[in-house]
Design a protein around this ligand. Sequence first.
Ligand code: EPU
Length: 417
Amino acid sequence: MEKMIIEGGYRLVGQVPVSGAKNAALPLFAASLLVERWNTLQNVPALTDIRTIARLLRQMGVKIEGESGTVRVNAAGVHSCEAPYKLVKTMRASVLVLGPLVAKWKRARVSLPGGCAIGARPINLHLKGLEALGATVELKHGYVEARADRLKGAKIYFDISTVTGTENIMMAAALAEGRTVLENAASEPEVVELANFLNKMGAKIQGAGSDVIIIDGVKELKPVEHIIMGDRIEAGTLMVAAGMTQGNVKLLNCNLSQMEAVVAKLREAGLEIYPEGDGVKVIGPANIKAVDVKTLPYPGFPTDMQAQIMALMCLASGLAVITETVFENRFMHVSEMRRMGADIRVEGSNAIVRGLPSLTGAPVMATDLRASASLVLAGLAAEGTTEISRIYHLDRGYEKLDEKLCKLGAKISRVKE
Ligand code: EPU
């Protein structure tokens, strides 16, 4: 295991590219199970989660060429429809294979993910959706076993807006017989990316990006080439990094139209953010203002940016209330930030942050992906040295974040624990 050592207090200056989006890439890999020829994915980020989904697909018999950048995927040789516990427990997004397996390969045996650091995260709505499409779904020995000869279109209402649930059912419905209508569907840009990808493959999907998605099933899909969108959460994280270091940073491959809630809050906090040439300029203020934030499904403020904006608020003048409404246990970073001197009180789903002039470097532990990013941010701005252990969490979803930050002037190294 590695730990990350950050010497705080350096201003970030320069330009940096935003990598391909993890949460867009993962469903596209799963969607490649829907076609028996070579799909080509470009701008695939080098991440542990991408290696995990590739491993999962390979053990089903899918051929994969490349690891990141340009990756080719061909599902012609599928011989197993199983997602084993040992992979699903390391990455919940493995459940994304469920819909495409049943739709294309008529069956799936996928381990139930079990507990998670940020919340219970059940997959009941994925299963309810598949059943509505006519699959038989049973839970046996910790696995979901689903079967169907051919799925049939249906009207499905999601009780809660679920990103991967919407994606799973959208993939399944793409090959179903007749029309499927998804109501209260998730409208995240990654859902739209998947719908665009499937439509390029010949699917008939309308309405992605709104809360009603209509899918007219087709018999067959064809292979395509696709460039994966930039990662809006990585972009937001880099914006906060600039904001916390009085930085002057230009982000390349950054789509502001997918980040309106985040940009609005960061501007309210005093950051200057504006398009400049081929990128987006971010300038950190001398004084950060306290802002209240409530996480919500898109287009609301993303839960995946909650820990990072909390790091920013630790240095704001005033009191900020951060409310987490999407996951029930996503404040694990709070006790680590407190070790760096932060003044944060948690009351139920609210974190009340009283900003301070500075944080102090300390040994801290990463608990999940976005929590680790927030500790990196806190470390960049803290006085002295911060040591973050269990940094493997960061590598699941950020491509070379430390290298990118070092190019901007940060002092970060890694050592074996
Ligand atoms: N939920 C249910 N039943 C379900 C599905 C979801 O009760 O069947 C609940 C969840 O427990 C949660 C809420 O619905 O309280 C929303 O969860 P959602 O299903 O939308 O989350 P997800 O699809 O499992 C994706 C991202 C997460 C991101 C969330 C919310 C991927 C691969 N993962 O997860 O990303 O936090 O949407 O936007 O797309 C991350 O990248 O760090 C990450 C955790």
